[in-house]
Design a protein. Structure first.
Length: 60
């Protein structure tokens, strides 16, 4: 959830997104999305690299 929160913070820091999101959109945001989470099975971690978490680019 921590990584999800960091990604949301980066997106919401962009002025373009701040202008696009309505109050209802902001209420619906949550770091609790699970589409990329694998609760069972084998998970291979690459400990030699870092996650590419930084300022996103917005193409509208």
């Amino acid at each position: 959830m921590y990584v999800n929160t960091l990604m949301l913070q980066d997106v919401l820091a962009e002025p373009t997104w701040a202008e696009l999101l309505t109050t209802a959109d902001r209420r619906g945001l949550t770091p609790l999305f699970w589409t990329h989470v694998l609760p069972y099975g084998e998970v291979n971690l690459d400990m030699s690299g870092r996650l590419n978490i930084g300022k996103p680019t917005v193409d509208l």
